[in-house]
Design a protein around this ligand. Structure first.
Ligand SMILES: [Zn+2]
Length: 410
């Protein structure tokens, strides 16, 4: 504005009129073209994303109920505080499972149903697995981890008792009483470093917390960042949050303060296993060596959930955000969201999960042989894998930036 009026003052109307009009037109075009959400997406960086994943991997598989898990919770909390994320809090709950049955079983939800292969409903979440391949159960053998340093970090067994998980918030300027929840789970299993499952999703949530907490960023609505614990034992951390925080939704506290410790939930978006889309496994059930060129992100909603229609619309909104903002990989929408922390929310609010593959038909068919295995370590993954994770970060940032009407001070 200033340079335009200076220009108008400096020259006679007759000669400079055209130049001035052009100048105004250029400024107007620039304003319509200016997209603050694009600015925020451009602040995502592959090296920063990788370094957050490495930060989590230093605590090994971060199995719940161990010191390495508690240390990781402390580290996450310190990171969120260093970003300037608002209202950094801990959710505290008890986890006291029944003693394990003597006969070992595989992972949860991954057994083929008795109706046999290739029939509808034979995979997790009501999906159909068309191949003979099935994911393996959780690795519980310390000696299957060839790296002695990683094996040593993972030695302490889990014990029942109190658990904690960290959350923080971006407080909306216009509607601080409403928010979207972004989640990833920080705990893992399998005697590796839980890099893909789920440092890759946790790092997306942390990177978005970092960017939305920058001092020049404002959003009209609030955003919750949640680093769930106990996903691997049955979503206990996410359930504890839903139980404790659900009844607090939208309540101003203290009254008249303009503060909402738990804004009303508008949607929940989980990020779990974000990096591997190498296609079907090799004939001997191993990870295919390269990220496939057709790799994509899978945005899933639960078609059987109470909010199925709204969740489906939200899923396609996420897909559109991918087309608008992602630099590398496309996204696809599927109806069988399952086996992750969005599950406890799906009948309370529209909910999605983002993944590297469809959880049911593809991971259920062993498309990710790193899942809960000792090879879920940093050395397994290349930049093409990390880039798929960053593409999901671009997608969610693009979507949530639009939904919360994010702006950047210029
Ligand atoms: Zn997971």
């Amino acid at each position: 504005m200033r340079s335009t009026s200076l220009l108008a003052a400096a020259c006679g109307l007759l000669i400079c009129g055209t130049a001035n009009a052009q100048n105004n037109a250029a400024a107007a075009t620039q304003d319509t073209a200016y997209d603050p959400v694009g600015v925020l997406v451009s602040r995502l960086d592959l090296e920063k994303y990788k370094s957050t994943i490495k930060g989590l991997a230093q605590f090994g598989d971060r199995r719940q109920g161990t010191k390495r898990n508690r240390d990781a919770v402390d580290w996450i909390e310190a990171q969120l505080k260093s970003y300037g994320c608002q209202n950094v809090e801990r959710i505290t709950y008890e986890y006291n499972p029944a003693p394990p049955r003597p006969a070992g079983g595989g992972g949860r939800g991954n057994a083929p149903s008795p109706n046999g292969r290739g029939r509808p409903g034979n995979g997790p979440g009501g999906s159909r697995i068309f191949s003979d391949m099935r994911e393996r159960g959780v690795n519980n053998d310390s000696l299957a981890q060839p790296d002695p340093a990683i094996r040593a970090i993972n030695m302490e067994p889990t014990t029942p008792g109190q658990r904690q998980e960290v959350i923080c918030m971006k407080i909306g300027t216009k509607y601080p009483n409403e928010m979207y929840i972004l989640g990833g789970h920080m705990d893992g299993i399998g005697w590796g470093q839980a890099v893909n499952d789920d440092a890759s999703g946790s790092a997306i949530v942390m990177e978005l917390a970092r960017i939305f907490s920058m001092p020049d960023v404002q959003t009209e609505r609030s955003i919750r960042f949640a680093l769930w614990n106990n996903e691997e034992t049955g979503l206990n951390g996410a359930r504890a949050y839903a139980e404790q925080r659900g009844p607090m939704q939208g309540k101003e506290s203290p009254a008249g303060s303009g503060k909402y410790p738990e804004p009303k939930w508008l949607g929940m978006i989980q990020h779990d296993m974000m990096m591997v889309d190498h296609g079907p496994p090799t004939a001997d059930g191993k990870l295919a060596p390269e990220q496939r060129p057709e790799a994509d992100i899978n945005i899933e909603f639960a078609i059987t959930s109470k909010f199925a229609d709204d969740a489906m619309k939200m899923a396609f909104f996420w897909r559109a955000a991918n087309e608008k903002y992602a630099t590398h990989y496309p996204a696809a929408v599927g109806p069988h969201m399952t086996n992750t922390d969005s599950d406890p929310f799906k009948d309370l609010v529209p909910s999605l999960s983002l993944r590297e593959n469809e959880r049911g038909s593809q991971i259920g068919g062993n498309w990710d042989p790193t899942h809960h295995q000792p090879i879920d370590v940093l050395t397994t993954f290349t930049d093409k894998d990390f880039m798929l994770g960053l593409t999901s970060a671009q997608t969610t940032l693009g979507a949530i930036g639009q939904l919360t009407k994010a702006t950047v001070k210029r």
